[in-house]
Ligand binder design. Structure first.
Ligand SMILES: Nc1ncnc2c1ncn2[C@@H]1O[C@H](COP(=O)(O)OP(=O)(O)O)[C@@H](O)[C@H]1O
Ligand SMILES: [Mg+2]
Length: 223
């Protein structure tokens, strides 16, 4: 397993804050069986871009790893990868390379946070769908399910490309992020309905950037 740390990763949450407590609640639900899941794979997605998917993956990853469980974050946004930036790690090798024969064990990076690991997206791939549909990717997810207690997958937005809909049926649950200031209700409904149509199971919602004067994040777990 690689260890390509360069600088301290960002900490966008403060211990003891309501934000951290919200993430802890959803993390605990995923890890401790508050919501019963078919598998330990969790997909984070949203209707459109910039709503806070990657930030949610990052924060959920930290609070889950802090419980002592081994957690892997997978950047499956092969179009606009960002997760590696939050951890200040390289993106030279990752998911996009495994279809070409790269060994996934050599792409996974141990973060500076105990129990937290990152699989970067790797360099841009000409056909992201081919990566997500590949046998190598399926094998990788199956392996990660066994190796880690929790696997959290970052993804592109549902209404813009089909990637999240490809991933949705293969995961135990989906956390759906909504930008409270920007996303309209119709878009969120359309995206949720598309995820349900492919048998995606939405287990939680993150309302990010609530209007001013109210707290910034709100997280709910659904049964
Ligand atoms: N609650 C928030 N308050 C302030 N900035 C935020 C918040 N959530 C996300 N951001 C910022 O908004 C941008 C988009 O967030 P990101 O998590 O990358 O969205 P997505 O992955 O859905 O495209 C990033 O620069 C991120 O740091
Ligand atoms: Mg993102």
């Amino acid at each position: 397993m690689a260890s390509k740390r360069r600088r301290k990763s960002r900490t966008s949450r403060n211990a003891g804050s309501s934000v951290t407590e919200s993430y802890q609640t959803i993390g605990a639900n995923m890890l401790l069986g508050g919501v019963s899941l078919d598998s330990n794979l969790i997909l984070v997605t949203s209707a459109t871009s910039g709503e806070g998917k990657t930030s949610t993956v990052y924060n959920l990853g930290i609070v889950s790893a802090e419980t002592g469980k081994n957690v892997l974050l997978v950047d499956a946004d092969l179009r606009r990868p960002q997760l590696h930036r939050l951890f200040y790690i390289e993106n030279e090798a990752g998911l996009s390379g495994i279809v070409g024969g790269d060994k996934w064990s050599e792409c996974i990076v141990k973060s500076e946070i105990p129990h937290l690991y990152v699989m970067p997206s790797g360099p841009t791939h000409e056909n992201p769908n081919a990566v997500l549909y590949s046998r190598e990717f399926t094998n990788f997810l199956e392996h990660c399910c066994r190796q880690f207690d929790l696997v959290i997958i970052d993804s592109p937005p549902v209404l813009e490309v089909s990637d999240a809909l490809i991933l949705a049926p293969s995961v135990g649950g989906i956390v759906f992020v909504i930008d409270g200031k920007r996303t309209n209700r119709a878009s969120a409904r359309r995206a949720i309905s598309a995820l349900r149509q492919v048998n995606g199971r939405i287990i939680g919602g993150v309302l990010n950037r609530k209007p001013k004067g109210r707290y910034d994040y709100h997280i709910e777990t659904l049964g």
